[in-house]
Design a protein around this ligand. Structure first.
Ligand code: GRF
Length: 201
C-alpha cells in the first residue's frame, strides 16, 4: 500500500525538491502529505505550493517557550497521519517528546559521513579538519545528535582546493540521490532496524 510521508525543512528545500521529483516520477510508492517548516520565509514553502503539497508553518518565534513550540509541532506532525517524517534541512533539534512519538519513523539527511562531523556546518568541519573523504548520510533519528542507525551513505572526495561551499555543492548532489533512495526503501518496507544496524532486505 502507498505510504504517506511528511517533510520537515527550514530553508531552500533542495532535498525536499529531490523527494518531490522522485515521488512525481513514480520512483517511491508514497505521497507527500505535508511540508512542515519552522521558517515562514523558507523557499521550501514555494516548492510545496508548486507541487500542491499542504504547508504547515510552526514558527518557533511565535511560541512563548520551547515546550509550547514542541507540543505544537508534535500536534502538527500527528495530524498529518504520515507513516514517515523526513528531516530535509530542518535546522532545529527535535526534543524527546517528538523523537519518542515516532520511533523508527523519522529519517534525517546529514552532509557528512557520520559519525564524523555531527551538528551544524558539517562541510566546514570536514574542510577544517583536513579529511580526504567526506560525504552524506541518511539515518534514522533517535535521541542522540545525528546518531541514529545509518541507512545509506555516499562518499565524496575532498579536494585541496575545496572550501566549505564547493564541498557542500558536491555533497548536495549525492544527498539528492541518497535521500529519495532511503525513502523508497522505507516505503517498500525493506528497512529493518536491528540494534544499531539497519538491514536492507
Ligand atoms: C543539506 O545539506 C542537508 O544535508 C542539511 O541542510 C542542507 C539543506 O539543504 N541538513 P536544502 O534545504 O535541502 O537545500
Amino acid at each position: 500500500m502507498k505510504k504517506k510521508i511528511a517533510v520537515l525543512a527550514s530553508g531552500r528545500g533542495s532535498n525536499f525538491k529531490a523527494v518531490i521529483d522522485a515521488l512525481q516520477a513514480g520512483k517511491i510508492p508514497a505521497s507527500c502529505v505535508a511540508l512542515i517548516t519552522d521558517n515562514p520565509r523558507a523557499y521550501a514553502i514555494e516548492r510545496a505550493r508548486d507541487a500542491k503539497i499542504p504547508v504547515k508553518i510552526i514558527d518557533y518565534a511565535s511560541f512563548p517557550s520551547r515546550d509550547t513550540y514542541e507540543r505544537a509541532l508534535l500536534f502538527a506532525m500527528q495530524q498529518t497521519e504520515a507513516d514517515l517524517f523526513v528531516l530535509a534541512g530542518y535546522m532545529r533539534i527535535l526534543g524527546t517528546i517528538i523523537v519518542r512519538a515516532f520511533p523508527g519513523r523519522m529519517v534525517n539527511i546529514h552532509p557528512a559521513l557520520l559519525p564524523s562531523f555531527t551538528g551544524l556546518h558539517a562541510q566546514r568541519q570536514a574542510v577544517n579538519y583536513g579529511v580526504k573523504v567526506s560525504g552524506c548520510t541518511v539515518h534514522f533519528v533517535d535521541e542522540s545528535l545525528d546518531g541514529g542507525p545509518i541507512i545509506l551513505q555516499h562518499c565524496v572526495s575532498v579536494k585541496e582546493t575545496d572550501d566549505e561551499d564547493s564541498l557542500a555543492e558536491r555533497i548536495l548532489k549525492y544527498e539528492h540521490e541518497c535521500l529519495p533512495e532511503a525513502i523508497r526503501l522505507f516505503c517498500e518496507e525493506r528497512l529493518e532496524i536491528v540494534g544499531r544496524h539497519v538491514r536492507i532486505r
